[in-house]
Design a protein around this ligand. Structure first.
Ligand SMILES: [Zn+2]
Ligand SMILES: [Zn+2]
Length: 293
């Protein structure tokens, strides 16, 4: 009797042990499948299925060209970028007080900015950084890694979120750095991926505006919708500037918005060629994605 009982208990124990081993194996397999499917989802997500921007507004808050009479002008460039996800500031102009005053007049809050992108070290682009960070230190800063150490340390003291850029890089969803290009002064351009194509913002375009656009073209299989910023052609001469306008056409750039250091002649040549797709820029000018058909 006792022998039978022991036998039954052993059998029950063996069955239980078998069940436990079987269940743990099943769990393991399920885990592997989950990880694999996670990898596949990440990998297989095609570019065009990513949530692309369909709501974007670019507001020039600092420029040497006049547009909105209420705003102050000054040598330099800065552009406020509004999206459905978060707000960016591209460069800060030469003077922080002018920048903040212009933003105030346009009802743009420094505290709403989540990302600050600095194109290159020239003062007419980074001169307003300290004043801006005093108003909002809770930002991610993207700057060329070759910036002077004392400049970088100064920023790191205010905000630890500093990303030093070298090569082409995805910064957040839909926002990219062209990588730090050219020789002295090296510069990065900001590329925004929208539903209608790429928007490229340049500070001074010291590496060459066409060279920047060719670099961008090599990274994306998408048309360039708009190029906005300084094209650095102030003293380039008529022939060179004409060639650059032609290069824009060859690269199928849809809208051109040269300002800051582009020069009056450049603006007129682009206007002649681009007609209604030329955008006159000055402090206070705003461009909505919906306006770019
Ligand atoms: Zn400049
Ligand atoms: Zn410059």
């Amino acid at each position: 009797m006792i022998r039978n009982m022991i036998l039954i208990i052993i059998i029950i124990l063996l069955i239980l042990l078998g069940l436990i081993v079987w269940q743990s194996k099943k769990n393991k397999e399920a885990k592997i499948n989950f990880n694999q499917s996670k990898q596949i989802t990440n990998k297989a997500m095609p570019q065009n299925e990513k949530l692309k921007l369909n709501n974007l507004e670019l507001i020039v808050v600092f420029d040497n060209n006049e547009f909105d009479q209420r705003l102050q002008t000054g040598w330099g460039f800065s552009c406020y970028i509004k999206t459905q996800q978060s707000d960016w500031l591209f460069d800060t102009g030469a003077d922080g007080q002018v920048l903040l005053s212009n933003m105030r007049k346009l009802k743009l809050e420094p505290q709403s900015v989540k990302h600050l992108f600095l194109s290159h070290i020239h003062n007419d682009h980074v001169g307003g950084v300290n004043d801006f960070l005093t108003k909002n230190s809770n930002v991610n800063v993207y700057l060329p890694g070759i910036f002077p150490e004392d400049f970088k340390n100064q920023i790191k003291e205010i905000t630890p979120e500093v990303l030093q850029i070298t090569d082409f890089k995805a910064l957040t969803d839909n926002f990219y750095s062209s990588g730090v290009l050219g020789t002295e002064p090296k510069e990065q351009a900001l590329v925004i991926e929208t539903k209608q194509g790429l928007v490229v913002l340049t500070g001074c375009a010291h590496p060459g505006i066409v060279e920047i656009l060719e670099t961008v073209k090599n990274q994306f299989d998408q048309p360039i919708l708009l190029v906005l910023g300084g094209f650095h052609l102030d003293s380039a001469g008529l022939e060179k500037t004409k060639n650059i306008v032609q290069a824009f056409k060859d690269l199928n750039v849809k809208y051109a918005a040269p300002c800051h250091c582009s020069g009056e002649i450049t603006q007129r040549l682009f206007e002649e060629e681009y007609k209604e797709n030329y955008i006159e820029i000055g402090a206070g000018k705003s461009i909505r994605l919906a306006d770019l058909k």
